[in-house]
Design a protein around this ligand. Structure first.
Ligand code: HEC
Ligand code: HEC
Ligand code: HEC
Length: 128
């Protein structure tokens, strides 16, 4: 006679194994933020951190449109009460000096890779 218990256990292990990429991705969707390099030259971002985490992609799109279409180069933050140039490299990467240890580290953990660097140059980095 065969051992029903063993077969079932075997089956369960097999199913978990085969669907592992799926489970692994669920873990990723609610991602664990990796250790990021903190800017040395500032304590605050252009907006509060929660907002930046959630909205930086939209913010960058907006900045680009305003610069390229409307020639509007200045961003006034009501959070820091400062004015910034609407620039990916001259503003974001000025504080976040190391794209690899900041932007990319986070993006890799959620499997996104913005195509911006096809054209924009990472001031410090190696073109990938
Ligand atoms: C004046 C310096 C400065 C500029 C300019 C700046 N940042 Fe930041 N940013 C910071 C600092 C400092 C923090 C960390 C704040 C904290 O932990 O309280 C931060 C945090 C962030 C975070 C959240 C990181 C986390 O821990 O989850 C994101 C995302 C981010 N910045 C993206 C950007 C982008 C995109 C731009 C350009 C639109 C930008 N930053 C411009 C200084 C800056
Ligand atoms: C705390 C984690 C985190 C940090 C730090 C971070 N990003 Fe992101 N970024 C994300 C996530 C998550 C997405 C995907 C959002 C989505 O798909 O809705 C994203 C998407 C983007 C996109 C849009 C990509 C696309 O294809 O739609 C751009 C552009 C971008 N990030 C730029 C930056 C830049 C520039 C920096 C560094 C200054 C940075 N991000 C730092 C988490 C981060
Ligand atoms: C096909 C080339 C190309 C790609 C890809 C590209 N850009 Fe640009 N971007 C440009 C050019 C050209 C300008 C105009 C430069 C200027 O006016 O100084 C510009 C301007 C900008 C500006 C305003 C000026 C500045 O100094 O940053 C922002 C912000 C910007 N792009 C963000 C992005 C983001 C975010 C991505 C990725 C999601 C991206 N761009 C992808 C070519 C590109």
């Amino acid at each position: 006679m065969y051992d029903k218990g063993k077969i079932l256990t075997g089956l369960a292990v097999f199913v978990v194994f085969m669907t592992y990429p799926f489970w692994n991705n669920i873990g990723r969707a609610a991602y664990v933020k990796p250790e990021l390099e903190k800017p040395r030259m500032a304590k605050e971002c252009v907006e509060n951190v929660e907002y930046m985490r959630a909205e930086h992609m939209a913010m960058l799109n907006e900045w680009r449109d305003e610069v390229v279409r409307n020639g509007m180069h200045e961003y006034h933050s009501s959070f820091t009460h400062q004015t910034y140039a609407k620039s990916l490299t001259k503003t974001c990467l000025k504080c976040h000096e190391n794209k690899d240890k900041f932007c990319d580290k986070c993006h890799t953990s959620v499997a996104v890779s913005p195509y911006c660097w096809d054209c924009h140059v990472d001031p410090k980095g190696v073109k990938q």
